[in-house]
Write a protein that binds this ligand. Structure first.
Ligand code: MRU
Length: 356
């Protein structure tokens, strides 16, 4: 998608390094950063220079390319794979991508390892782009259906950033929106600010602006009243891990949005590529929920009048804070799952019809 009119993907390999858009600096500064070692890749995931489940997976895949480049020794590659998997616990795409890379790299002639790693990492990213495009084509049908009845601008609420910046391209939740916009359907997006890191305000609103899509940032707690007023036609969110029973783990606050949508008969859709499905864990409470540094809550970053990024403390110095990064929305509150293979019920039967 576009930034300043130029088309980008979120990650690519060029001249022996992996290039990413540093998302910790957006929306104020657009900086392309080079990752030169697997440690750089691990750090980029940990400090969220890259984030969003599919992009974390893509970065882990390219992280292993960097590991092979550094030291083509099976022990080093295995250790790097383990460290990559541990860098963020909730998004399943991370382990999925690392396992896929390691499988591909096993029993390969040493002088072929780098070529094989590069081809597989690119394949993982190309596949994600294609899957997200298909999510858009499938999700567009839902937006069209609502538009054919309403004949007016469709108001869509989204939480966090499940946009193209969270994937390789297109995004998951935003892909149907981009497809609707390209087709000429008038859409307006309610963007949840998404405290504490503000991925909605900093990333979703930013990328929608760059694509010319009408959007309004709202405080995280405003969705409820907007739904009560009839100002939300549908919700679409992403997911970091979807269980085979249709339970959905996503950015903290998603569950409360789903409850409000349920109470107000607003359709609540979750968009995901199949790489986000966890076929092993059976209960939502068994999903590892990342608890991040409380400084993300107590400090806020912004730009000052000299165009410099500054961080300030907004809490009482003596106060404690707790920062859970994800929650689980039970399948019963999910109207449907929008996947690359089609739309299905959020249930074991629904997912089985499309996959496996
Ligand atoms: O903590 P983040 O920014 O990595 O969380 C991202 C989200 O919760 C996204 O909504 C999710 O990964 C879906 S991405 C297409």
């Amino acid at each position: 998608m576009k930034i300043n009119g130029k088309v980008y993907r979120t990650i690519w390999y060029e001249s022996g390094v992996v290039r990413i858009i540093d998302q910790t600096k957006l929306p104020h500064k657009f900086i392309i950063k080079d990752l030169k070692s697997v440690k750089d890749a691990i750090n980029a995931i940990k400090i969220m220079e890259v984030r969003g489940a599919p992009l974390i997976g893509g970065t882990a895949a390219y992280g292993l390319v960097l590991a092979v480049q550094e030291n083509n020794n099976p022990k080093f590659i295995k250790k790097s794979a383990e460290e990559l998997i541990q860098s963020r616990p909730t998004a399943i795409n991370l382990k999925w991508a690392v396992d896929r890379m390691i499988k591909k790299l096993s029993d390969i002639n040493k002088d072929k390892t780098l070529d094989v790693a590069l081809t597989e990492a690119k394949e993982i990213c190309d596949e994600d782009e294609k899957f997200c495009e298909n999510i858009g084509i499938n999700g567009l049908k839902i937006i069209e259906e609502i538009y054919n009845k309403k004949k007016e601008t469709i108001n869509i609420l989204t939480h966090c950033n499940a946009g193209w910046l969270a994937t390789i391209n297109w995004g998951t939740a935003t892909s149907p929106i981009y497809h609707a916009h390209k087709k000429g359907i008038p859409v307006h997006v309610w963007v949840d600010e998404t405290r504490p890191r503000n991925q909605g305000a900093n990333l979703t609103s930013y990328e929608l602006n760059e694509e010319g899509i009408n959007n309004t940032i709202i405080a995280d707690n405003a969705g409820g009243i907007l739904m009560q007023r009839g100002d939300v036609d549908m919700c679409i969110v992403g997911t970091d891990r979807t269980l085979s029973n249709g339970d959905v783990c996503n950015k903290i606050g998603t569950y409360l949005k789903a409850l409000a949508a349920h109470d107000n008969n607003v359709p609540f859709y979750v968009a995901l590529p199949s790489s986000t499905i966890d076929w092993e864990i059976k209960r939502g409470k068994d999903i590892p929920i990342e608890e991040r540094n409380s400084e993300e809550l107590s400090h806020v970053e912004g730009i000052d009048k000299n165009n410099e990024i500054k961080k300030v403390l907004i809490y009482p110095k003596k106060s404690k804070a707790m920062n859970l990064a994800f929650d689980v929305t039970p399948a019963k509150y999910v109207t449907g799952l929008i996947t690359e293979k089609g739309i299905c019920e959020a249930s074991t039967e629904g997912l089985k019809k499309l996959f496996k």
